[in-house]
Ligand binder design. Structure first.
Ligand code: GLA
Length: 504
């Protein structure tokens, strides 16, 4: 089957190269764009004409060769459609290519981007250099045996929320230093994760190199390990990562080996431009499975973080592909609206996760300054009640005392890290008040009372909220004080009270 396929591909390449060779020299059947914008990076347009039909493609850096649909000439203007991305309201985009003397004006769009570029006829060499090479077919789906790498939700830090692409070796070392010096590592934070922006180009053997800001990834991993911490890296199944860096498309096994060789302990695999190639449930599962197998094959234990924004009910198959955590939503931003939408509405819709594999409502924003202390306590409580990974996202060198108190409260961390790993659920809603319950080890129960409104509210919890016949001892976890079972709490706007109770 594979031989037949490669034969067909070779024939196609010969025919199209042949056609293009004459096209480029005589009838201008291929055009290149020297001013390709970074997204989506249109580098070439190819057209071949059959007796009755016109076909062709737009080659992009992000999505490879995008085939034309319904291509037709009208005078000097070629118009066609392409499949669109991420926009159910606009499943196709319309394009026109106006030939003008020797040049060409291409107008169209992909996803949110409008494209308007001037092209020129291509030489055969240029066509060859820009031709996109599809990756081999995805291996068939399988099932990866569970391991013991994430018995409780992973805890650590990631560069993205605060620094985005503005990262380098020095900053990452400084974060590792600060994680230890501040005492954050002592309460359980241990992964230092480099998100998007570390990648350079591939060498002649295809091995991915870090960019100049990361001169020696192995030395960086050693540095982090020497502090008793672990190192995370980020890549994508697509040709480009979300910020436009080199992805692992066509190099999945090779990149997994490179990460293991450097001493990486945690890999975040972000769909990004891969969503063009893997657009349905089957191919998304298989592409995540492919990296899961590749990581396992290295023999190095690595936490595997799936980032496909919760598509295709990921919590029902994340474990099967080797995932230890999987994002359930798009990106969090440092404001109450985004955080509360993820924490109260989106993440709870996912099938309960638990020991070994966790729903990931995205990294923490605590310490970044966009929310009040009450809102950050709500953020942390929602994440703890839903057994979410706790991946900090602020500058660890500048953790305010208030942020420190939110991030290191031992009672609250114990709710998150409870070994039963139950994803807590809402049990009662009255107006702006929501009461959530999370059963804990040994028959105890965590009860969170949230006030989503903008007025202070008074609330009393009941044994029924806790799912117990009566309330025994009740402890207020944020203030670390014992309270009477029938206490009426006064909860500030966007605030929370978190309790731990049991029969005894
Ligand atoms: C996506 C992910 C983010 C982050 C960026 C990096 O948006 O969801 O968490 O990794 O990509 O480009």
């Amino acid at each position: 089957m594979r031989i037949v396929k490669s034969l067909i591909l070779t024939l196609f390449a010969l025919t199209s190269n042949g056609a293009l060779a004459s096209a480029a020299s005589a009838a201008d059947r291929a055009w290149v764009f020297d001013d390709a914008p970074s997204y989506p990076g249109v580098t070439m347009m190819q057209v071949s004409e059959g007796r009755q039909t016109v076909s062709g493609s737009i080659t992009t850096e992000w999505y490879g060769a995008i085939p034309m649909r319904d291509a037709r000439w009208s005078g000097d203007v070629l118009s066609f459609d392409t499949r669109n991305l991420n926009d159910p309201a606009r499943p196709t985009r319309h394009w026109t290519a106006k030939i003008d003397g020797h040049g060409m004006m291409l107008e169209g769009g992909i996803w949110h981007a409008d494209v308007k570029q001037t092209g020129r006829p291509a030489t055969v060499t240029e066509v060859a250099a820009r031709t996109f090479r599809p990756a081999p077919d995805l291996p068939p789906m399988g099932s990866i045996a569970p391991d013991n790498l994430a018995a409780t939700p992973p805890m650590g830090w990631s560069s993205w929320n605060k620094f985005a692409e503005h990262i380098d070796d020095r900053t990452i070392r400084a974060m590792a230093d600060a994680m230890v010096a501040s005492g954050l590592s002592k309460v359980g934070y241990r992964y230092v994760n480099i998100d998007d922006g570390w990648q350079g180009k591939r060498d002649s053997a295809g091995i991915l190199q870090p960019n100049a800001k990361f001169p020696d990834m192995k030395a960086l991993a050693d540095y982090v390990h020497d502090k008793g911490l672990r190192l995370g890296l980020y890549t994508s199944p697509g040709p480009k990562t979300c910020a436009g860096y080199e992805g692992s498309y066509g190099h999945v096994e090779q990149d997994a080996r490179t990460f293991a060789h450097w001493g990486v302990d945690y890999v975040k695999y972000d769909l990004c431009s891969g969503e063009w190639f893997y657009a349905d449930a089957d191919s998304v599962k298989r592409t995540y499975h492919q990296m899961g197998v590749a990581l396992k094959a290295t023999g190095r234990p690595m936490i595997y973080s799936l980032c496909e924004y919760g598509r295709f009910a990921v919590s029902s198959w994340g474990r099967q592909v080797g995932g230890h955590l999987w994002r359930t939503t798009g990106d969090i931003t440092d404001d109450y609206t985004s955080m509360s939408d993820i924490g109260f509405v989106r993440n709870p819709k996912f099938a309960p996760s638990g020991p070994g594999g966790w729903n990931d409502p995205d990294m923490l924003e605590v310490g970044n300054g966009g929310m009040s202390d009450d809102e950050y306590r709500t953020h942390m409580t929602l994440w703890a009640m839903q057994a979410a990974p706790l991946i900090m996202g602020h500058d660890l060198r500048r953790t305010t005392p208030a942020a420190m108190a939110v991030l290191t409260n031992a009672n609250v961390l114990a709710v998150d890290q409870d070994t039963r790993g139950i994803h807590g659920q809402r049990v009662r809603r009255e107006g702006d008040v929501e009461i959530w319950r999370k059963p804990l080890v040994g028959g105890a129960v965590a009860l969170a009372v949230f006030n989503r409104g903008s007025q202070t509210t008074k609330v009393t919890t009941t044994a029924a909220d806790a799912g117990l016949p009566r309330l025994g001892r009740v402890r207020d976890l944020w203030s670390d004080a014992t309270v009477r079972p029938n206490t009426q709490f006064s909860i500030p706007p966007h605030g929370v009270v978190l309790l731990r109770t049991s029969l005894r």
